[in-house]
Design a protein around this ligand. Sequence first.
Ligand code: PRX
Length: 633
Amino acid sequence: MSHKIQTLSGYIHEYQKSVLQPEAFWARIAESFHWKKTWDKTLDWDFEGPDVKWFVDGKLNITENIFERYLHTKGDTPAIIWEPNDPKEDNRIITYRELFELTNQFCNALKAQGIQKGDRVIIYMPMVPEAAIAMLACARLGAVHSVVFAGFSSSSLADRINDCEAKMVLTSDGNFRGAKQIPVKAVVDEAIENTPSIEKVIVLKRTGEEVTMKADRDIWWHDAIAGHSAAFKAEEMDSEDMLFILYTSGSTGKPKGVVHTTGGYMVYTQYSFENVFQYTQGDVYWCTADVGWITGHSYIVYGPLLAGATTLMFEGVPTFPHAGRFWEICDKYQVNQFYTAPTAIRALQAHGLEPLEPYSLQSLKVIGSVGEPINEEAWHWYHDHVGKGNCPLVDTWWQTETGGIMISALAGITPNKPAHASLPLPGIQPVIVDAEGNELTGNNVEGNLCIKFPWPSILRTTYGDHEKCKNVYFSTYKGMYFTGDGAKRDHDGYLRILGRVDDVINVSGHRMGTAEVENAINEHPKVIESAVVGFPHEVKGQGIYAYVICDMEGRTEESLKNEIKDTVRKIIGPIAKPDEVQIVPGLPKTRSGKIMRRILRKVASKDLSNLGDTSTLLNPEVVDDIIKGAGLK
Ligand code: PRX
């Protein structure tokens, strides 16, 4: 039974029910899934712990809700349409039955290589169907997957492997990305020099480049699956058994392993997918994210496949071999729902309208945005030129920690408002609070965004460090989940996300902790101290600006700046490379030694208004030096 909301009054009605009787509301939705044993209690929760359990003691396997649930009706329906990086290469269309068999076969291969229920498996792969197959196979045999975006460096990969003590890495020889070929296996080799828990590496042949294969440790994917049966009995999982860990950056220290569990994540991703995108059976849906991010998990793989949808997976980039590539793919497969990030829209907008001209885009019914605030200009360009003015544009706000879309229009059902995520989904209770945590009710209010009641796909913990989960998300405002974002409820009652209020920057929709980038910069032997802030960037949304105190001996300013950028690229990955490095004589500090980031943010944004009183600083003179050094005086 579908739980797709059809009308605005239907939304209002469902929303009210979900707030008045959340347990009854979610129990009714969960009933449409296949459970090996139904739950005893719908919800157990306490945000103090935090301790949240949905569908308590329910038993299931999420993949049975993709395969066994649909095979008799959808066996021959395409589950995944795969479009390669290079349009000259053949595409692949994989039906539900084929995906089922490929998943089972890979389950058998994983088992033969020693993977058991509860083991952690790292997936460091290109955007190919095998990445989805790997995730589903882990889920089917009860292993916990942790996908690491294949643009991260070997040391980032090693940190993640060590944090969750993974037993295996799934990877490829190399990845195609636009005109580039990236030697992924070599990155894995370097990472696992320092990861004692890794026993095996399974390597998919993708680019055909030469790689080293270590005997007894490395095995080719095609050899690993050879001779294995296409049948595998799904493991019985508890609702609260871990489904996956996904690492994400926070304002302090190293990335945290956000933990999602089976039952609630399953229910929420399907429900939100069907409602936000108004997916109708037979539609072709395309989300351009990478499976290395939460968007890829929830809205390329799990949400669409749980809904029995056809999900398109694209290996490449928006501008290769030409800037009309996205639109070409939309026409080629008659895509009905298209979901991308503002940064991609802005990058394509810069190419003008010409790349759009050869394509009709008439199949599009819904367009979506995710990952960062979408500015009004990009919103209108996307709406007018891609959606041709007649597709609802869903601006979906959510986070790795929320597992699924939290605030968004439901396409064509609830109203669109440019640059506003708009209204919460049923079951989501957002509140705007002031600095003391008082709820700001009514319209025309602005403050920090919290959620005051659990929803099924809320994170359960941060892997190996529950205290951290409590401190980061549940301690700032008592009894509430704190998102880290600022928000405004406008005069009509629509929510607008204002961006992060903590030390997290959002670069091209990717989260970066300023402390994480500073730690990487400080690894350079010539660096004495550094401070990193975000600044407005035309395409990326935010760019990374690093202020660095250095020992200049034997270096020119230019060479040092490049070395610093390179250090960050090596330690974290290309996405964290600072856009600007400014060598400074000192950093503005308070008398207690705290860096005044507010001043640094202002200078980085070239905005010298309201710098505030700098005379109370420990070293007020550096402010002038910094302003001069930035070329603003
Ligand atoms: O600041 C918000 C921004 O992205 C953050 C979450 O990043 P991540 O966990 O990587 O997940 C991104 C994809 C779900 C949020 O705290 N963000 C995400 N979507 C939006 C957004 N900001 C404004 N509008 C959005 N639609």
